[in-house]
Design a protein around this ligand. Structure first.
Ligand SMILES: [Zn+2]
Length: 198
């Protein structure tokens, strides 16, 4: 079939002509080096955090002396384990096919934000609060959303699948308290609430 327009890279911040692929190869190279930058020890640490085995060495100092029994600060077992597996295996295996994948742009952002989330988790016990990526992650994990938006966000950002009926059940059982926002009569939730229920 004859095409009158040149296909452009489907990543909006790029938009360069790329005739034979969905997104440019440059972005694949970029993801490749981001994934390769995770040291095996860092991934082991991520898995340990996911399993609740990891504790900061100076926790007593940080918790005003009463925290000797505190667990890790942020245990999100299932999504964190999945994230470690994605970074170690799934995403590197996907890269050779990613440029021509029909959903390449979306997958690009899934991998980017996954790497960012992992970085925050690995360094999370000693976060750099001035780091814009950290601030953005903290903002987005607490941002109230309608059920539909939340379901999409959980899938896109954390690769976690939840359903409307699951949300409804959690709410009915009082496990999940909708967030009240002035001027909105929708039930709103934030990703943090859901991550803590998994
Ligand atoms: Zn591009």
């Amino acid at each position: 079939m004859y095409q009158t327009t040149t296909h452009l890279c489907e990543l909006k911040h790029c938009g360069k002509p790329c005739e034979h692929t969905t997104i440019c190869h440059d972005h694949i190279t970029e993801l490749e080096s981001e994934l390769a930058a995770f040291h095996p020890e860092e991934l082991n640490r991520l898995i340990a955090i996911a399993r609740g085995q990891e504790r900061p060495s100076d926790q007593t100092n940080r918790s005003n002396g009463k925290g000797s029994k505190l667990g890790p600060s942020d245990v999100l077992s299932l999504p964190t384990l999945q994230l470690a597996n994605n970074i170690r295996k799934e995403w590197p295996q996907l890269l050779p096919y990613l440029a021509i994948h029909p959903r390449a742009a979306k997958l690009y952002w899934t991998i980017k934000s996954g790497c960012e989330t992992a970085r925050i988790k690995i360094n999370g016990l000693y976060p750099d609060h001035r780091d814009p990526a950290y601030q953005e992650a903290m903002r987005s994990v607490r941002y109230p959303m309608k059920a539909g938006e939340l379901i999409k966000h959980m899938q896109d950002t954390y690769n976690v699948r939840i359903t409307q009926s699951q949300l409804r059940k959690w709410t009915q059982r009082g496990k999940l308290q909708p967030i009240e926002v002035e001027g909105s009569n929708h039930h709103l939730y934030n990703p943090k609430q859901v991550l803590e229920l998994l």
